[in-house]
Design a protein around this ligand. Structure first.
Ligand code: ATP
Length: 930
């Protein structure tokens, strides 16, 4: 016992201990050989010590004379020195100490007077300690590898022993360690399991020391105060070389590290913001032009095969849309029109694409095609809470050059809105299935307006007239023809079954049947082409309908294809050249200007001159230049080059993108109040409910259960309310994919804006509301610091669970699967959260699960914060007890009592991890694939 070294039933004891197993106190003085010192019976004290010595076991010198009363056991370095008694806290050779221990928490369980004896050895860097209740030793500890530092800070000198580990042994049977009847609680396991670190701090001119063992900090929240300390060692004066270090800084290394990380983060943000601002200013100063010249698009042998089953959807289709024409791609449903225009627009396809696409006669990269093309999809994906004007304006602000003055942007928006006949509904909200807004046809035109706003060199539209009445369809196609005629934009569109008047507005027609081109050439000569092949359009029959009839009937298709007039170029495929298109264009324009709904193309051919007049009038109706400087599309591409130099392919800077997206998200939040109001209302109602249920809980056994229950229930509510993030994100996800694909903005500003507008109003504010209400109603700790630490944890927890749901929402496409996955994971996290099963009782094979539970960290932090410093006072069957809450937390829940900050940091870690995951998934997964 007591660190004695025993061999062959003989023990060599430490000074102050004796007996066969070193369990008895020895008296006399440490100057006597330990084996010669007189011992006393167990559980009794030394009645007297040698002169000049005192303390529990006569180890502590009191006077210089005492140290000199016997010959020293070692020799002085200087030879003729006499020993002195050093009573200062700075120890040089081997000091002994006896203190009374003040620990109200301990006396609650084990009443009596506590003393601590210690041997402090700076040479061997060890400390040995024994705790006594009365004169009965309860436990002892061997503490190796200590470092000793004596410091002076603000004039106060103090000595601190820091030891990383300790080995303690509880002595049985004793009151504290068990084996005797009486105490409700024993500390045998706790003491035997102590690991450290340990520290002892003794100020110079004080008889009080602080004793700290990390594992016991929960048991003794107010600390273990050592009073009436008596310390002394016999040393030679030459050994007393002071090593006092003066400390200037008052900050701990942890605080300094945190401040340094914070500083680096702030610096990083400042640098990023400065670069972003610089880029914005450069873009604002860059001279701009809008595209003023249409581009041509030629496609050769375009084929498309599905990867999964090798199905050939397109079979070598060729054609061209020269600059400034309208090319219509027609064909029956499923013929491959959408697939073709997707490929022409440079959209990412799942299958294998073959063939060539030439922009302005040159083969360019797919991304260059995407930049040159404005694409209007078959489906309308629009922001439902915006008005028509706002939707077009936001598109303009994201896609027109940032240098363009805002009044010019507004003018351009009004111009496009008017062009598409949307003026009457400009201030109406777009709406969706739940909130009715503008009509389907108006939505179609808004989709076109969003793309038209930038006046792209090529505009590709998939079924722009679907869902429109014949008047609107005519108007839309007419506007597209005007656009093409103005020579600023080439238009390629798919159309299912146009009316004849619309049909003759197209310059070129490509008829697709089962993935092959049946006809490509001027619209006006389509009828003649088929007449030559014996396929005559019946009188009074819409020629467009007749073409579709042929395309659907494989016998007729075969007949058309088998005809050989000797001119391969005139067969379905690439047509002869530019002149052909111009003449075709001229023919069709005539049909438009006459309002001719006659289906026969021969009639159309008779009005060639009128069509030219109409074209001229188109040219004057659409402004070509912006801000006075006309530029070719080549010039526009060099402007792209300037943007590339600034590492951006977007016309507006990152800051401008962020500003526009955030403004739109803010409007959505304000206009679609349901989610915000619901979250706040639920937070308030549930806050009051929890507060009422656990109203002013007392600090007894039942109250302890209620406190822990209320904290866990709060976390459960917040965790499950986070699942709403799934639905909220699913709504915006489709819009993001479409806008990203159309080059509105990159993922980062979207991610930042989504996080800000989900986390602040829907997670942080409601959790603060609920926390504030329930905290004071339940009667949790009134300490201000504890309250703010509580709020910090529930906010961090709620943000982490919401981020987790956002990650699931981004990763899983199906909302049903995403909700199921989130709910199940949430339930498992709850199960392993520390409330439902004690962490010490989890089967070994499953213990790892608890480390993934955000509930565990949140609950442990909340419980430790709330209960660790409080006391549980109750009376069970007449037995009164007064137990520190910390003991219950440790024993009942297996919690680490010093774990508040660690749990908080882990929750922050979860947040950071989920934010990075969310960004990664949005960036690398949420891409349009057709
Ligand atoms: N990724 C795909 N997986 C399976 N089938 C596909 C895929 N892409 C296209 N197809 C098939 O290819 C054919 C052509 O599709 P596409 O959408 O291009 O036709 P469409 O002419 O535009 O029809 P509609 O006028 O009805 O929109 C259809 O039969 C379609 O089912």
């Amino acid at each position: 016992m007591n660190s004695g070294v025993c061999e062959n039933k003989t023990c060599k004891c430490m000074p102050g201990f004796g007996g066969v197993d070193c369990s008895l106190l020895s008296c006399g003085s440490p100057l006597i050989d330990p084996s010669q010192r007189p011992t006393v019976a167990s559980n009794t004290s030394c009645s007297s010590c040698d002169d000049g010595f005192g303390g529990f076991n006569c180890n502590v010198c009191q006077t210089d004379a005492g140290c000199r009363s016997k010959p020293p056991s070692r020799t002085s370095f200087l030879g003729n020195e006499e020993m002195v008694c050093n009573k200062k806290s700075e120890v040089y050779h081997n000091a002994y100490m006896t203190c009374a221990v003040r620990a109200p928490e301990l006396t609650g369980f084990f009443p009596g007077e506590y003393s601590l004896t210690m041997s402090l050895d700076p040479v061997n860097k060890t400390v040995n300690a024994q705790l006594w209740l009365g004169y009965t030793e309860q436990f002892y500890c061997d503490i190796p590898n200590c470092t000793l530092a004596t410091t002076e800070e603000n004039g106060v000198v103090q000595t601190k022993w820091d030891c990383p580990t300790l080995n303690c042994k509880c002595i049985k049977p004793t009151l504290m360690c068990g084996g005797v009847p009486g105490p409700v609680v024993t500390l045998g396991d706790v003491v035997d399991g102590l690991k450290g670190p340990f520290s002892l701090t003794c100020p110079q001119n004080s008889n009080e020391c602080d004793f700290y063992i990390k594992d016991l900090s929960g048991l003794f929240p107010t600390g273990l105060k050592m009073t009436d300390c008596d310390l002394g060692e016999c040393v030679f004066p030459s050994e007393m070389q002071s090593t006092v270090t003066t400390i200037k800084s008052t900050m701990s290394p942890g605080v300094i590290a945190c401040l340094a990380i914070l500083g680096v983060l702030v610096l990083f943000l400042i640098v990023v913001c400065s670069i972003a601002r610089r880029n914005q200013l450069i873009l604002r100063r860059t001279p701009y032009t809008l595209n003023a010249e249409a581009a041509s698009l030629e496609f050769r042998n375009v084929g498309y095969t599905l990867n999964k089953d090798g199905l050939e959807i397109l079979k070598g289709i060729s054609g061209a849309a020269p600059a400034g024409v309208v090319l219509a791609v027609m064909g029956p449903s499923g013929a491959g029109k959408s697939t073709l225009v997707d490929i022409l627009a440079g959209k990412r396809k799942d299958g294998k694409v073959t063939g060539q696409i030439l922009l302005n006669g040159k083969q360019v990269h797919e991304s260059d095609i995407r930049r040159a093309v404005g694409f209007v999809d078959q489906e309308d994906t629009l922001p439902p809470t915006q008005t028509v004007y706002e939707a077009v304006l936001y598109s303009a602000m994201l896609r027109l050059p940032e240098a363009m003055p805002i009044h010019r942007v507004h003018e351009r928006v009004s111009e496009v809105i008017e062009m598409l006949g949307l003026t009457h509904c400009a201030d109406r909200r777009i709406g969706n299935v739940t909130a009715r807004g503008i009509s389907g046809g108006e939505k179609r035109r808004v989709s076109i307006a969003l793309e038209l706003i930038t006046r792209p060199p090529i505009l590709i539209l998939d079924e722009p007239t679907s869902g429109l009445d014949s008047y609107s369809a005519h108007m839309v196609v007419e506007q597209l023809c005007k656009l093409a005629a103005s020579k600023t934009t080439t238009v390629i569109l798919t159309i299912h079954q146009p009316r004849s008047d619309i049909f003759f507005m197209f310059d070129q027609t490509l008829v697709v049947s089962k993935g092959s081109a049946l006809y490509f050439g001027p619209t006006a000569t389509a009828a003649d082409y088929f007449i030559q092949r014996g396929l005559v359009c019946p009188p009074n029959y819409n020629i467009a309908d007749y073409l579709l009839d042929i395309a659907m009937d494989q016998e007729l298709v075969a007949k058309a294809k088998s005809f050989n007039d000797g001119s391969e170029n005139e067969k379905a495929g690439l047509s002869t050249g530019h002149q052909t298109h111009i003449s075709g264009n001229a023919v069709s324009r005539r049909a438009v200007s006459n309002g001719n709904s006659n289906n026969n193309s021969r009639n159309a051919l008779q009005h060639n001159n009128a069509s030219d007049i109409t074209r001229n009038s188109y040219e004057t109706s659409v402004p070509i230049e912006e801000e006075g400087s006309a530029r070719s599309s080549t010039a526009s591409f060099s402007e792209e080059g300037a943007r590339k130099k600034q590492n951006t392919v977007y016309p507006v800077s990152f800051l401008a993108q962020l500003q526009v997206i955030m403004k739109r998200n803010f409007q959505t939040l304000i206009r679609d109040k349901s989610l915000l109001v619901l979250h706040l209302a639920v937070a308030i109602v549930l806050g009051v409910f929890i507060g009422g249920l656990y109203y002013q809980v007392p600090m007894n056994l039942a109250g302890f259960q209620n406190r822990a229950g209320s904290l866990f229930f709060m976390l459960a509510l917040l965790g499950f309310s986070s699942i709403s993030a799934l639905g909220a994100f699913t709504d915006t996800r489709t819009l993001f994919i479409k806008e990203r694909s159309n080059g509105y903005y990159p993922p980062l500003p979207f991610v930042i804006s989504t996080l800000l507008f989900d986390l602040i109003p829907l997670r942080i504010v409601p959790s603060i509301f609920m926390g504030c209400i329930s905290y004071f109603m339940i009667g949790l700790s009134p300490v201000v610091e504890t309250f703010f630490k509580f709020l910090l944890i529930i906010v961090l927890f709620n943000v982490a669970t919401a981020m987790f749901c956002l990650v699931i929402a981004a990763a899983v496409r199906t909302t049903g699967v995403a909700s199921l996955a989130s709910s199940i994971v949430m339930l498992f996290m709850m199960l392993f959260g520390g409330f439902m099963i004690n962490s010490g009782n989890i089967p070994a094979a499953l213990t790892w699960i608890q480390y993934f539970s955000m509930f565990k960290y949140g609950f442990e932090a909340l419980a430790v914060n709330e209960v660790a410093t409080s006391k549980l006072i109750d009376n069970i069957q007449g037995v009164a007890f007064n137990v520190p809450g910390s003991l219950i937390l440790q024993k009942l829940f297996g919690f680490d009592l010093g774990g508040y900050w660690r749990n908080m940091i882990i929750l922050i870690g979860f947040n950071v991890l989920f934010i990075v995951l969310f960004w990664g998934i949005v960036t690398f997964r949420l891409k349009e694939r057709k």
